[in-house]
Design a protein around this ligand. Structure first.
Ligand SMILES: O=C[C@H](O)[C@H](O)COP(=O)(O)O
Ligand SMILES: C=C(OP(=O)(O)O)C(=O)O
Length: 352
């Protein structure tokens, strides 16, 4: 019988850099501060219906190749330039993938895509990508999955998301209560929206929870509460899609019943598209029709889009096609542009 009861299932350990060291290597610039701050304020104004534009969060399911992400960002920014009276573009920059069972868990966890798990390098790449995007003047949205990684890069994020798999988790609600940006909460994977509304309410309060200081010291932080929590409808395994007029109206009523602003975002992908990227276009059409016929609760839309359509198996991380997703299948940028135009036209009509 072993006389060791400690860490019996820990195979190895490596040092983790501190947020301070990373920020010293990649300091935020004045231009990035301006982008992030104006992104946060614009999103808050849109979600509270003080800005008539539509928030459009678009980008790859996950970032696996920073160069391809930046190329997508340039194309997205260009496509949105002439639509900026109607839509406010935010780039989807997702580094952490919550897997149903197993799979590649994103650029931070495994930046070399080969099971080598160089997390320090992943954090470095993630911060650099966010910095590059902010320098372009484009705001970023990202999911917070690990409850401490935000300390390494949250200052560069304008919109945070808590995903369908973690929306019921107390530690994610605590995290969201202390995040500096507006946060979207997905409905649960089964389609239930009550858990997301509970999360918005919970995150609006102050919490005490363990985390890391920038210097890497364990600390008990007290959050002040986040008044900018919003519902994201993403469909679900039991309810099916929830982007249609009845589901959107029911969600708006549920928000109002909970004394929350009846403003929401619809994720055109995931359970709303059965992960078929082309179905995102059907979701967009329905949302445009709803907006044009008076539905004011739809304040934002999320699209999964990359340079090329579809996805590809990651394999050992070699021989990948440039610009194609290695997680969920995405729309191509080419097919996304007409959807952006369609959304902008609907917003203009709604605001006439
Ligand atoms: O958004 C990405 C995926 O839908 C999510 O990470 C779950 O992926 P999986 O079911 O392929 O593990
Ligand atoms: C994992 C994601 O979504 P969901 O939590 O809705 O499954 C995602 O947006 O990448």
């Amino acid at each position: 019988m072993s006389n060791n009861t400690d860490d019996v299932r820990i195979g190895s350990a490596r040092p983790l850099i501190t947020p301070w060291v990373l920020a010293d290597e990649l300091p935020i610039s004045e231009r990035a501060v301006a982008t992030v701050d104006s992104g946060r304020r614009s999103i808050e104004r849109i979600m509270s219906a003080k800005d008539p534009r539509l928030l459009v969060i678009a980008g790859p399911c996950s970032v696996h190749d920073p160069e391809a992400l930046l190329e997508f960002a340039r194309g997205f920014q260009l496509a949105c330039a002439e639509l900026d009276d109607a839509i406010y573009p935010v780039l989807r920059v997702y580094f952490e993938k919550p897997r149903t069972v197993m799979g590649w868990k994103g650029l931070i966890n495994d930046p070399d895509l080969d099971g080598s798990f160089h997390i320090n390098r992943g954090l470095h790449l993630a911060r650099k990508v966010l910095l590059d995007v902010a320098e372009m003047g484009l705001a970023s949205a990202s999911e917070f999955l690990d409850t401490t990684f935000g300390q390494y890069y949250a200052e560069l994020v304008s919109f945070g998301a808590i995903g369908a798999r973690t929306v019921e988790s107390q530690i994610h609600r605590e995290l969201a209560s202390g995040l500096s940006m507006p946060v979207g909460f997905k409905n649960g994977t089964n389609g239930e929206i009550g858990v997301a509304i509970d999360a918005i309410r919970s995150a609006s309060h102050s919490h005490w929870f363990p985390s890391l200081t920038k210097e890497g010291t364990p600390a008990i932080l007290q959050s002040t509460g986040n008044a900018h929590g919003y519902l994201i409808l993403r469909g679900g395994s039991q309810t099916g899609p929830n982007y249609g007029p009845e589901a959107v109206q029911a969600a708006a009523v549920a928000l109002a019943d909970a004394q929350l602003t009846p403003s929401l975002i619809v994720d055109c992908s995931h359970g709303n598209s059965a992960k078929d990227p082309r179905k995102q276009a059907q979701v967009v059409s329905s949302l445009c029709e709803q907006m044009q016929t008076g539905q004011r609760a739809i304040r934002g839309v999320m699209l999964e889009s990359h340079l090329l359509e579809g996805n590809q198996p990651l394999g050992d991380g070699t021989g990948l096609v440039y610009g194609r997703s290695v997680t969920d299948a995405c729309l191509s940028l080419e097919d996304t542009v007409p959807l952006l135009q369609q959304l902008a036209a609907a917003v203009r009509m709604q605001n006439q």
